[in-house]
Design a binder for this molecule. Structure first.
Ligand code: HEC
Length: 441
């Protein structure tokens, strides 16, 4: 009875679902990635695509593994939300469990037409990768075991004038292998210097440059090929800059030559502010092998008003969950981003639907739960190994993109964030609070 009631609630027409009523759900929640040019390994476009793997698909849906979507319900609304409402998930699972009925046998089952890629706005500048690089067939031995591999490229822009950019995009010849692309604008040849040390095309390191964190100039991820800032905000690229691009990829068993390109969507800078990064997180992680349920917090007090437009999380897969809250001077507490199940493969930026205006004196608290035991199914090491990592830009962290009220205030915010993350002269700042593990009942 209860099951019947649930079905009625989930499917108000109460007619058993058939492919014609299920196809729109698959079109909305799966087809974008599960098509030939998408990020997923196989298409889910026709009845047979689902029907022949129905038990497997149902299980993946039950375990909430698809569609990939990191934010939980606790945070703020964001653009390009890919979460799947429970009612639709339940209907899709029930239909798969019922044997994936086609319905009216007289009509041939429809095939979903995958959504067209969004047209590039006028004036978009496309910069292709200059040198040929191929994703190797296999991961680099002993280096990034079970990790996503990382490669960084320098893309010279040769711009005489500053460039103002409202959106960044990435087109790739290997959508199923490239997971995350993070960008940085560099006018001091730091990326080139690193590239010169590595005889190969690009270099095998992350895309951070000194204290500058990759992604502060935008990022793309699985299912997100373009990131747009809201009106009134833009990135500024200084003259004679290089774009330094960090790729996180997963080899797929055969060599994949990249013919990738970055797209820069121009902005009208009048009346618009330049975005800067503010980072909060842990710049050092020490976890013994087997250590589970470890939680640590970082706090950062904003020295100026800050209008936040987007958040980009970063973390290794020893990290299980992360949460970013803002405590305003009024006492109001706002959860900016809540990620109950972190998975580095689905790292991408999240642009808030509404700009978050945080007044000076707001405390940003980022909280990370880590698990370096074999109970963590995503632990990159099997068996677990001692973890000792430091990185001045953050091992697990949130990058907030936004702007102060003026250029000077933006600069103050950015300097304070860098100084705090760097923490070489940290004696007087009470920032990191290790939290004792939750007692097991
Ligand atoms: C944002 C892109 C995206 C969307 C949307 C998406 N998928 Fe996927 N899907 C992927 C990727 C990428 C993989 C490969 C995962 C991997 O290799 O770890 C995948 C893999 C899968 C797998 C195989 C899982 C495995 O462990 O190998 C199934 C089943 C699946 N997706 C079903 C679905 C269904 C059903 C939907 C819609 C309800 C959906 N996906 C929506 C990107 C997506």
């Amino acid at each position: 009875m209860l099951t019947l009631l649930c079905c009625l609630l989930a499917n108000p027409t109460a007619e058993p679902d058939t492919w014609s009523t299920i196809a729109p759900i698959v079109a909305t929640h799966c087809a974008d990635c599960h098509q030939d040019t998408g990020a997923a390994p196989f298409p889910l476009l026709c009845h047979d695509d689902l029907s022949r793997r129905r038990r497997f698909v149902a299980e993946i849906l039950r375990r909430q593994l698809m569609p990939p979507w990191l934010p939980g319900d606790g945070g703020l609304p964001v653009h390009d939300d890919r979460s799947m409402p429970e009612a639709e998930r339940t209907r899709l699972i029930s239909w798969l469990e019922a044997g994936a009925p086609v319905g009216n046998a007289a009509e041939p089952p429809t095939t979903i037409t995958p959504p067209e890629p969004k047209a590039l706005p006028p004036g978009t500048v496309t910069v292709p990768l200059k040198e040929p690089f191929s994703i190797p067939a296999e991961t680099i031995e002993n280096e990034h075991r079970h990790h996503q591999d990382t490669w960084t490229f320098v893309m010279p822009l040769e711009n005489d004038e500053p460039m103002h950019v409202q959106g960044v995009g990435w087109s790739t010849a290997a959508p199923a292998a490239i997971h995350t692309v993070t960008l940085l604008a560099d006018d001091r040849c730091r990326g080139r210097n690193r590239d010169d040390y590595d005889p190969r095309v690009g270099y095998e390191r992350d895309g951070d440059l000194d204290q500058d964190i990759s992604g502060s100039f935008g990022a793309l991820g699985v299912g997100l090929s373009r990131m747009m800032l809201p009106d009134g905000f833009h990135w500024t690229i200084p003259p004679a800059s290089d774009l330094v691009v960090e790729l996180k990829y997963r080899p797929v068993g055969r060599e994949l030559p990249l013919r990738d390109a970055v797209q820069l969507v121009p902005a009208d800078p009048s009346g618009s502010r330049s975005v800067i990064p503010v980072v909060t997180g842990l710049n050092r992680v020490r976890l013994d092998a087997g250590q589970a349920d470890y939680t640590e917090e970082d706090r950062f007090v904003l020295p100026e008003d800050f209008d936040v437009v987007a958040v980009l999380p970063r973390g290794r897969n020893e990290c299980r969950s992360m949460r970013l809250t803002a405590e305003l001077p009024s006492g109001e507490e706002r959860v900016l981003m809540d990620i109950p199940e972190w998975d580095a493969h689905y790292r991408r930026p999240f642009v808030f639907r509404n700009v978050q205006s945080l007044p000076a004196g707001t405390t940003l608290t980022s909280r990370f739960t880590l698990d370096n035991s074999d109970a963590n199914p995503r632990n990159p090491y099997d068996p677990p190994e001692d973890l000792r990592i430091g990185r001045r830009t953050g091992v697990v962290c949130f990058t907030l993109l936004g702007a102060g009220r003026s250029e000077t205030e933006s600069q103050t915010l950015m300097d304070a964030s860098k100084w705090t993350m760097d923490r070489r002269g940290m004696k007087n700042i009470p920032m990191r609070t290790p939290i004792p593990p939750t007692p097991t009942p």
